[in-house]
Design a protein around this ligand. Structure first.
Ligand code: DOR
Ligand code: ZN
Length: 356
């Protein structure tokens, strides 16, 4: 059979993205805006984006940094806290200001200090969200002194998610950045209310990569990469075409000075290489015919948004591509996610050009 060397798909969306603020926002945003139609913007700034005025203001700061001819649309989220009132959520949904509400269990990850301490505290908010059909986006990790870091996703399902879903069976839930076989099995055993995002890096790395030849801070993110059998389960879910699994980069830029540090910050910036790596995975698993479902249609359908009408084209490189360059920010840098082998795919058409 002839090998596919070029593929055209609807323009993708990113259903889980950290853009930050200030200089970092300004530097990273064009890389997303040239490729993606829309992205779900994570609200874990310092301080977090919790209220209608804060969300409006953050959205404006993003729009102000967009290159002039880009049509990229940021889809905003609200950071859920023990104090979030149902009224605040209602105020943000009347005019579709938010696409989802984000639940960080307190202490689970970067800037989660204001997160939820006990899901019972947010039951009034969840009640309203279930009624209005507003999705709950969850950072699916329970952390605590008794939970092994590699078991956090399993603990979250058992302690938090399943009890919550028993009480709110019709609430739409996005299990973000799925990393384990247990997580995949949970989504598969749930109804159509539960979906999951999958990152490019979790399709490619395991926990071995964090320790290969010494501690590798640029392979460290949360949820932490797991075993090979987990990676295989994630890959199988992603390439399956099942509408409950879709792309969320979880691209999370940190300056190199805070990654190569003690403690090193959790998060991987992957936008410049994300689509090439996802295409590579789908090619390796003989699933290029399902690349569009994963990148461009499953997520939009779950969020009940229109599918993008324009397209991008990816091509298999005929000669080894050069290493992606880190981004400079002042005297510091943001490292681009990369593996030791050269990239094999490249976006050749559909890049939105930046005019200055
Ligand atoms: O590795 C991560 N980085 N995981 C998260 O959940 C948050 C993110 C960040 O904001 O840096
Ligand atoms: Zn994230």
């Amino acid at each position: 059979m002839k090998k596919t060397t070029e593929i055209t798909i609807r323009r993708p969306d990113d259903w889980h993205l950290h853009l930050r603020d200030g200089d970092v926002l300004k530097t990273v945003l064009p890389y997303t805006a040239e490729l993606f139609g829309r992205a779900i913007i994570m609200p874990n700034l310092k301080p977090p984006v919790r209220t209608r005025p804060e969300i409006l203001s953050y959205r404006q700061r993003i729009v102000d940094c967009l290159p002039s001819n880009h049509t990229f649309q940021p889809l905003m989220t609200m950071y859920l806290t023990d104090e979030t009132s149902p009224e605040e959520i209602r105020r943000c949904t009347n005019d579709d200001l938010i696409a989802a509400v984000k639940l960080y269990p307190v202490g689970a990850t970067t800037n989660s200090e204001f997160g939820v301490t006990n899901s019972k505290k947010v039951y009034p908010a969840l009640e309203l969200m279930q009624e209005l059909g507003i999705p709950l986006s969850v950072h699916g990790e329970s952390s605590g002194p008794d939970v092994d870091i590699f078991e956090r996703e399993a603990a979250f399902i058992e302690r938090d998610l399943e009890p919550l879903r028993q009480d709110f069976p019709e609430l739409k839930v996005i299990f973000e950045h799925l990393t384990s076989k247990v997580g995949v099995d949970y989504v598969l055993s749930s109804g159509k209310e539960v979906a999951a995002t999958i990152t490019p890096h979790h399709l490619l790395i395991t926990r071995n990569d964090i320790f290969a030849g010494g501690l590798q801070p640029h392979m460290y993110c949360l949820p932490i990469a797991k075993r090979e059998e987990d990676r295989q389960a994630i890959r199988k879910a992603a390439v399956s075409g099942d509408p409950r699994f879709f792309f969320g980069s979880d691209s999370a830029p940190h300056l190199v000075s805070s990654k190569e540090n003690a403690p090193g910050a959790a998060g991987i910036f992957n936008i410049p290489t994300a689509l090439a790596y996802v295409a590579q995975v789908f090619e390796e698993d003989s699933a290029l015919d399902r690349l569009e479902s994963f990148l461009s249609t499953n997520g939009a359908r779950f969020y009940q948004l229109p599918i993008n009408s324009d397209t991008i084209t990816l091509q298999k490189a005929t000669q080894p591509l050069s290493e992606p360059k880190d981004l400079s920010i002042g005297s510091d840098r943001v490292r681009v996610f990369r593996l030791s082998d050269p990239l094999q795919w490249i976006v050749t058409e559909g890049l939105k050009k930046t005019s200055v």
